[in-house]
Design a protein around this ligand. Sequence first.
Ligand code: ATP
Ligand code: MG
Length: 262
Amino acid sequence: MFKAQQQSKFEPSRDNLAVQIQRLNYFFGAGDLSKQVLFDISLELPKGQIVILTGPSGSGKTTLLTLAGALRRLQEGSLRVLGQELVGLGDRALVNIRRNIGFIFQAHNLFESLTASQNVEMAVELTGDFASKRQQAVAMLSALGLDDRVDYKPQSLSGGQKQRVAIARALVNHPKLILADEPTAALDKKSGRDVVNYLHNLSREEGCTVLMVTHDNRILDVADRIINLVDGRLESDSSLNAFVQSKTKDSLTDISADMFIM
Ligand SMILES: Nc1ncnc2c1ncn2[C@@H]1O[C@H](COP(=O)(O)OP(=O)(O)OP(=O)(O)O)[C@@H](O)[C@H]1O
Ligand SMILES: [Mg+2]
């Protein structure tokens, strides 16, 4: 069922880490209403790894992803992303870091008045490349199976197609780090597979790092590593091989029962 993956060949040195989190705590709310949602998280993601983050609803997965993407400010601990410590960085520096990150979130925020291609082209424009933006957008959309939908507006696309446009927009500039929150949740089996295959190729060919939240056990085989977050704490962190070996054959067919509680 699962394809064996090579063990990571990366040494745990700072230079080849895409993300380095140390002793991170995170709270929502202030004063008496303050609620801690992440507890003492330390985590290193080597460049080029595909890491799946899983855990029950409310365990803090999205919060951790948005912190790693510099979309939230750190409160306690240290967080280095693509070689930069985020603590103390100004807004402008944070924006620059975000430019190297591809975000795939569930709320796809496509512009309704623009076509699929134009939505993706907007991302290319951020790099200053106007000449080939259409070509790049169409190539990316085609790679995700949307070649016959490039000139459709979001209102004429299905939920899964819109999700793929958002994915194309996140990936078109070849980000060094991809943060994906349930990227395949709205997709059928084949589209979901196309998306993860694309992420896998991107990671292998360009060395980009992928941190992906998923409950979809059909795509586990692309992972180098699986991390489980429970009640805001890292409960386990294992290579795919170790993860598979830790499961009996029966439990593997019903992984959702324990690892993927919705
Ligand atoms: N903006 C917010 N204000 C207050 N509490 C929040 C906020 N966002 C999330 N939380 C709380 O923080 C905790 C972690 O939420 P988070 O969205 O990170 O969980 P999750 O693991 O992504 O869950 P799911 O699998 O349902 O998406 C939850 O208890 C949630 O209620
Ligand atoms: Mg979430």
